[in-house]
Design a protein around this ligand. Structure first.
Ligand code: SAM
Length: 256
């Protein structure tokens, strides 16, 4: 897969792409992430990329010409052009999974008061927000999308870090994880995880995932793939029970 990030601040983006999972995936040729400086696509002696907005109102807006020129230079047939935009649809694991099937993404990072609307309407295939808050620029959102998508590409995480077991992949939050020591400040790793009984461990993990999701993100349960046993467990939680081996948390009495 190829991902282009178009930005006025390549120096903000490049260090993040050079380290850890993203850096390794790029070095191994599993993803081709390129950073384009929007200014390189601006015309004139001063290569101006922003201007005042029509109709008044404070703040500058990114001009359409450099963004159109950048996309026209970078796009390959079938490339999906994405404008990072707080007004866009919210980025989710499901959307990351869809984007990971594309051959080429072009991510456009806005700045200042935003981007000329013609970019949103005529150039972008998609407008994506990473959440209901406003950041200073689209660089961090573009990195969020690039990271979430890259870790889903074949070979990037390897067998051990399988993305399919992580939060949201199954529609539920991930169950708790522990490492050594077995006891830390009086807190013991649940005995079931040290039992070696794989069927029991799987049941415990499922119950914990259901419990965490019910307690912290109950709206996810509406679209999760639940079995009859899952639903019975949820009914028990609603009656105030907690899953085996879990201390009753303070909010177990929460109304829903
Ligand atoms: N005036 C705009 C508004 O109220 O919707 C906000 C502009 S913001 C300061 C500048 C740029 O940051 C946006 O064009 C977008 O590219 C990016 N940005 C800010 N918050 C974002 C978010 N939650 N998701 C995606 N992009 C965001």
């Amino acid at each position: 897969m190829r991902i282009d990030i178009v930005t006025l601040f390549p120096e903000m983006v490049e260090p993040v792409l050079a380290v850890s999972m993203l850096g390794r995936a790029r070095a191994r040729g599993l993803v081709d992430i390129r950073v384009a400086n929007l200014r390189d696509y601006a015309e004139g002696k001063h290569r101006i990329t922003d201007d005042y907005q029509f109709g008044g109102g404070g703040g500058m807006v990114l001009k359409p010409e450099p963004l159109f020129a950048a996309v026209e230079a970078l796009r390959t047939p079938g490339a999906r052009i994405i404008l990072l935009d707080p007004r866009g649809r919210t980025f989710t694991q499901r959307l990351a999974t869809q984007l990971a099937r594309e051959a080429h993404l072009v991510l456009l990072a806005g700045r200042y008061e935003g981007v000329d609307e013609r970019v949103s309407e005529r150039l972008a295939d998609d407008r994506i927000s990473i959440g209901d808050y406003v950041l200073t620029g689209g660089e961090l959102p573009a990195l969020v999308v690039a990271d979430a998508v890259t870790r889903l590409l074949p070979g990037v995480l390897g067998a051990e870090g399988g993305a399919e077991r992580e939060s949201f992949a199954s529609g539920l939050l991930e169950p708790p994880q522990y490492t050594r020591p077995e006891e830390f400040r009086g807190l013991r790793v649940p005995a079931v995880l040290r039992s070696g009984d794989h069927a029991r461990i799987a049941r415990w993990r499922r119950a914990q995932a259901l419990w965490r999701t019910w307690r912290d993100r109950p709206e996810l349960l509406e679209s999760a793939d639940l079995t009859v046993e899952d639903r019975e467990l949820l009914d028990r939680f609603k009656r105030g029970e907690t899953p085996e081996g879990l201390e009753a948390p303070a909010n177990a009495e929460r109304e829903d």
